[in-house]
Design a protein around this ligand. Structure first.
Ligand code: FNR
Length: 340
């Protein structure tokens, strides 16, 4: 059942057509006609989870658990290794509950990336501490992502309906696991209020995974057509808004910007407004499934190149300078930031 669902998520992601808005378009960055640096000077390295990575980009959680996802994870992890960036695997619940063979598609990621790279485990935030340990052990994970996905679960026919006690469970994991915990959404965003609750129980890494990219209400709607959920497609906190509000909480929070990150400009803007790293899921998966490994790696190479072009045009040499860039917000984003 889970294997079938995993495959349907990937296939139906490709069939989605609804376009949400991250509101990153409402972030204005000022051109610098006198950048006092050479393109060669631009340094995109950063430290994430205690290891240096070449770019502030994560290939974010998607899949695992079948032959079909073995190939996807093998290709994505080759790209992560080549560009020296972190990769998160998809939910490992399937590998904890089902046959041994389900593990291969997760283990391939660590095998490909090697011990120096960053590989991130992934489970639902309701998982037990014991299961989190097993998921980390399976891939020698540098960190565990715990996903919060109530909007997806409630529209999924076989999904969870009981969301009580999750914050307390996260606290137990944070206190008991001894490895970094990243709490993430799956495309509906994390508000400042939720981020504060997480921060107060010891969570230091939050992936806002906001609205504007992959839409799990639409993905689930394609899987079942007994009820039409299309009127809920606009639900969620746009990524730009989630980032700005969560960043207000603390400078210490390690914030990951994801949800609708597709271009070099998206990465730059999401880092300027508060992200420390940017996560890409759906867009790189599209390139992979439509044109194969070369297509996906070329997409990432071009995205990085454009990201560096924008850094040059802002006159920013490195990540520290980039993150300190002044910006202005306009339109709907300004209205929401000022009123929330
Ligand atoms: C996902 N995502 C996801 N997240 C997670 O924590 N565990 C998972 O197993 C999955 N599975 C999954 C499958 C597929 C096919 C997609 C496209 C996405 C959510 C993902 O990590 C991310 O939070 C959202 O997709 C938003 O980012 P993008 O896709 O807009 O870049």
């Amino acid at each position: 059942m889970r294997k079938k669902r995993k495959r349907e998520h990937v296939e139906n992601y490709l069939r989605t057509t609804y376009k949400g808005d991250t509101l990153l378009e409402d972030v204005f960055l000022q051109h610098n006609a006198l950048p006092d640096l050479s393109f060669e000077d631009i340094d995109t390295k950063t430290v994430f989870l205690g290891k240096t990575v070449d770019y502030p980009i994560i290939i974010n959680a998607m899949t695992g658990g079948s032959d079909f996802s073995w190939e996807i994870n093998r290709d994505l992890s080759l790209i992560a290794k080549e560009f020296k960036i972190p990769m998160a695997v998809g939910s490992q619940t399937i590998a904890l509950c089902e046959e041994e063979e389900c593990r291969d598609s997760f283990e391939i990621v660590r095998q490909t990336i090697g011990d120096d790279g960053i590989v991130i485990a992934n489970l639902n935030a309701q998982a037990s501490l014991e299961d989190v340990k097993r998921a980390l052990d399976m891939i020698k994970g540098d960190a565990i992502q715990l996903h919060l996905n109530p909007a997806q679960e409630v529209v999924m026919l076989e999904g969870d309906r009981d969301f009580r006690g999750i914050l307390r469970n996260i606290e137990t994991i944070v206190k008991g696991i001894g490895k970094p915990v990243i709490v993430k959404e799956v495309g509906f965003g994390i508000s400042k209020e939720v981020a504060e609750k997480l921060y107060n129980v010891g969570v230091k890494n939050i992936d806002v995974s906001g609205y504007g990219g992959t839409n799990f209400i639409e993905i689930e709607n394609i899987r079942y057509n007994n009820i039409d959920f299309s009127d809920l497609y606009s639900w969620g906190i746009p990524t730009a808004l989630a980032l700005i509000k969560c960043r207000e909480l603390s400078q210490e929070l390690n914030l990951i910007a994801s949800g609708g990150i597709r271009t070099g400009m998206d990465i730059i803007k999401s880092l300027v407004v508060g992200g420390d790293m940017a996560g890409i899921s759906g867009e790189i998966l599209s390139y992979l499934l439509h044109g194969g490994y070369e297509n996906a790696r070329n997409y990432l190479e071009a995205t990085i190149h454009k990201m560096k072009i924008v850094m040059l045009l802002l006159g920013k040499r490195n990540m520290e300078e980039l993150k300190a860039t002044d910006y202005k917000i306009v339109g709907e984003l300004k209205e929401l930031v000022n009123n929330l």
